[in-house]
Design a protein around this ligand. Structure first.
Ligand code: SF4
Length: 339
């Protein structure tokens, strides 16, 4: 347990460090708009700062400048704007949360956490950065810093939050939390942390063997799932795509995928025989919990699709496709160009 005095000294050093080395020019650190802060927090959950900054943050806010604008937007437009960020349930949750909370996000942590997709860390971040609430942020990098400062090998969530509150500078939670995130991202690195440059050096109990904290968890080998992706072109030259439902790739459009052992399937009550299709190419995609391998098959049909699931190439360009479906579509276009 740290003494109040040593923690106070740590705060002074941390703020001095942040004033010189902090990434203070990030746009979400220069606004008090809780909506913009919320968007940045959700984007940063699985994506690096550089990528969010260069490709996603400003375009998203230009399309949906307020929580109300996001709530009023069609789901497809929100998912399309999220295209490339992955973890599409986050886009659906953002939209659901906006529809519940518009015109503005709640201020209190408990009320924020009651919204879809907002966990404790995101609620704390919005409250601390938009309203200077005295609560700690604990994304992955900060978690590592806290584990090392307290020499915790196997962190338990409640203990970590308790430790995070012990360290918090509740007089300046904005700078404190931003600085802790920056320390985690640039100093207390997973491998070879720069302890000599770290403002937490004096209070850090893990600095003699930092890489021992937290203990590495053995990752399970990810399974491979094999399938066939079916590219169907109807008599009018339109391509068949379905919109996915459920948690995985929710809301995104993609090609029908069928098991490898299948030799026929039905679309609009018409039988499609695999023997009549051409193998175009193969694609692979690695997700967090499995690896996907798909054989791409193409068939030009002699009938026109009747449902709304047939799209011209120009229409496909406006739809949100998952990473693997983008790859498949690229292979199909190459194949068609060579015909
Ligand atoms: S002293 Fe080293 S291990 Fe401790 S928080 Fe700083 S960088 Fe991490």
């Amino acid at each position: 347990m740290k003494t109040t005095r040593s923690v106070k000294k740590f705060h002074q050093k941390l703020h001095l460090w942040y004033a010189v080395h902090g990434r203070r020019d990030l746009p979400w650190r220069n606004t008090a708009d809780s909506y913009a802060i919320y968007i940045s927090e959700v984007m940063l959950q699985q994506t690096q700062v550089k990528t969010v900054l260069e490709r996603f943050y400003s375009p998203f806010l230009e399309k949906f400048p307020t929580l109300q604008a996001l709530a009023d937007a069609p789901r497809d437009a929100v998912v399309k704007a999220w295209e490339g960020l992955g973890y599409y349930s986050r886009a659906a949750n953002l939209h659901d949360a906006a529809m519940r909370a518009a015109p503005s996000l709640p201020v209190e942590v408990e009320d924020l956490q009651a919204l879809p997709g907002i966990g404790r860390n995101t609620a704390h971040a919005v409250a601390a950065f938009a309203h200077h609430a005295p609560v700690p942020v604990m994304e992955a990098n900060v978690k590592r810093v806290v584990c090392r400062i307290f020499a915790i090998k196997s962190p338990k969530t409640d203990d970590l939050w308790e430790k995070a509150f012990q360290l918090l500078d509740d007089e300046n939670p904005f700078d404190y939390n931003q600085a802790m995130m920056d320390i985690g991202a640039t100093v207390c690195l997973k491998r070879a942390p720069k302890c000599g440059e770290c403002p937490a050096n004096e209070i850090c109990e893990g600095k003699l063997n930092p890489e021992a904290y937290p203990e590495k968890v053995q990752k399970k080998a990810v399974p491979t799932r094999s399938s066939r992706a079916m590219a169907l072109m109807d008599a009018a030259g339109k391509i068949h795509l379905t919109q996915r439902e459920g948690k995985f790739l929710n809301g995104l459009y993609g090609f029908v995928q069928i098991p490898l052992e299948t030799n026929h399937f039905f679309i609009e009550n018409r039988r499609i025989n695999l023997a009549e299709t051409a193998v175009v190419s193969f694609v692979t995609q690695v997700y967090s919990h499995f690896r996907s391998e798909a054989e791409i098959r193409f068939i030009k049909l002699d009938w026109a699709g009747e449902s709304a699931e047939w799209y011209t190439p120009a229409e496909i360009a406006e739809l949100a496709l998952s990473g693997v479906d983008h790859k498949i579509w690229l292979e199909i276009r190459r194949f068609l160009a060579e015909l």
